[in-house]
Design a protein around this ligand. Sequence first.
Ligand SMILES: Nc1ncnc2c1ncn2[C@@H]1O[C@H](COP(=O)(O)OP(=O)(O)OP(=O)(O)O)[C@@H](O)[C@H]1O
Ligand SMILES: [Mg+2]
Length: 249
Amino acid sequence: MSVDAIIETRHVDKQFGDFVALKDVSVKIPKGKLTSIIGPNGAGKSTYFNVLSGAFPPTRGTVLFEGKDITGLKPHEYAHLGIAKSFQITNLFPNFTVLENVRIALQAHVSRYSLWRKRESLQGLREQALELLSLVGLADRSGGLARELAHGQQRALEIAVALAAKPKLLLMDEPTAGMSPEETKTMMGLILDLVKDRTVVLVEHKMKMVMGISDHVVVLHHGQLLAEGSPDEIRDNETVKAVYLGQGH
Ligand SMILES: Nc1ncnc2c1ncn2[C@@H]1O[C@H](COP(=O)(O)OP(=O)(O)OP(=O)(O)O)[C@@H](O)[C@H]1O
Ligand SMILES: [Mg+2]
């Protein structure tokens, strides 16, 4: 398949001691699309997520971002390139307001020499924070404390915080984990909104859930690439079916 890849791994291995968590994973993540990385428990999804986000340098192989070799760069250098991740609510300041959480994140990306610029003044940052909160459906909660939000809303806030960095690529590990069906539906709608303006990669073990919204699906199993393709191709893939059979996903 010929794709315009935003990020790509070539022959990536990741070992923890003698344990091989990823083996020879070569994948291109198409630009501007929603790609889901799926696979049974322990397949290596989170490990792969951590390779894509720069948290885990691969043991072997190469990571390319927009065609440039970024293997082994530090996580903050990945962030600087425009790669953001959203995966844990511990990034939030629970006793700060919802708005302040986003404003602080925006401020972290402003040079202290440009604070006089309108968009980067306190009022400008407030407005940008409100724009992001509207995008994730939290505008009406902006004055409340982060810790008072429901679980699904905290995940949405976490996404707004990640978006403050204006990423080209947003990585999400199980964004609907622990969510009610209603919260899951809201989050899926939000993800579809996000992919209109950027590339999104989801890591998910619930296969059915991502099939309806993904453009591209990558299946990992025992740390290896088992299959990739459109949701229809993956749904019809006999090997994938065999791996998921009886797992209730
Ligand atoms: N830091 C680590 N040290 C040692 N082994 C690890 C480490 N991280 C992951 N592993 C192992 O690597 C394998 C893949 O783990 P990973 O978390 O990537 O799987 P996963 O597909 O995300 O699973 P899940 O669906 O449960 O989230 C597992 O066997 C896990 O025990
Ligand atoms: Mg995982």
